[in-house]
Design a binder for this molecule. Sequence first.
Ligand code: MRU
Length: 359
Amino acid sequence: MDIKGKHYCSIWLNDNERTVGVLDQKLLPHKIKKLTLKTWKEVVSAISDMTVRGAPLIGVAGACGLALATNEEVGRKYLIGVAEKLCETRPTAINLRWAVNRELEAILEVSKNKRKKVAWKEARNILRSELLMSGNIGKQAAKIIFSLYEELGRSVGILTHCNAGWLATVDWGTATAGIYVAYNQGVPVHVYADETRPRLQGAMTAWELSSHGVPVELIADNAAGFLMKNGLVDMVIVGADRIASNGDTANKIGTYMKALAAKDNGIPFYVAAPSSTFDWNLEKGELIPIEERDGVEVRQVKGLTDSGQMETVWITEPGQLVRNPAFDVTPSKLITAFITDKGIFAPEEIYKLKELSDD
Ligand code: MRU
């Protein structure tokens, strides 16, 4: 997407296809800093410390990590080891495993002298396919926003949680893709972006959308129920990190509470996700591994001082016990429909998406 007239993607292959470019998301929305990742170990660190983040993006980054590994060595055992290390970085988003496995399979299918070339080609394909999937999700979601606009005859109030925008994908986003498409087509929308403690991904969502001109207000997570109750929210749309085959959906911590509030207020709750987010091998949400992150994320707040310095401050006494689950699972019964690159499916219909994905 464009920021101040300049087009950005969240990840790119540098021209010679020997290195990978990313934005340092730890600094956003305050500073735009491009980084060059030169080794698979740098990719492991970037995913672990959330320099790159968001389910589809960490998948693409993982595939690029394997491509970087082929710059050093192309032996089977070595590459399988690297793939394991990449997958271990974050447990919840299935996109990471999906992309790393796809990349590994493509590389190992060919003889050693072709592996490096195939690795970079496949990394490029995976990046492009995520891009296409986001574009398709945008078209599907925009139809829903447009029909709500026709029904209501006024601006559509949309609540979103976390950052499922272009920063979390390659471009366009998942939850935000339809908002961009609808807005570009002249459909009046008003977005409420939950701030999403503790990592405040909502501030990135608000930055993304407002940079594009989309009307958006950042809200404290706890304000969402109040807004729903007071008629300001016509639909909720969130992304996903892993969707079990029964439709139970893991997404950023706090999503479940939003889904409960939406249900209580009769507001449709949509999950926008590419096919790569569906884990058909997992029967139900309870089986999704939930990442627990360092409690320091809850004990600290990071931001920009008036003099333009990034600073971190403590909000607790040293030694304060903390629990920091990074994701929760929303049961499929609270979800109105899944907006995917292959169409829109109610939870009881997602077997149709599986059939399409198997083809
Ligand atoms: O922990 P993060 O920032 O990597 O979280 C992942 C996400 O961005 C969200 O859960 C998002 O809603 C789904 S990914 C488009």
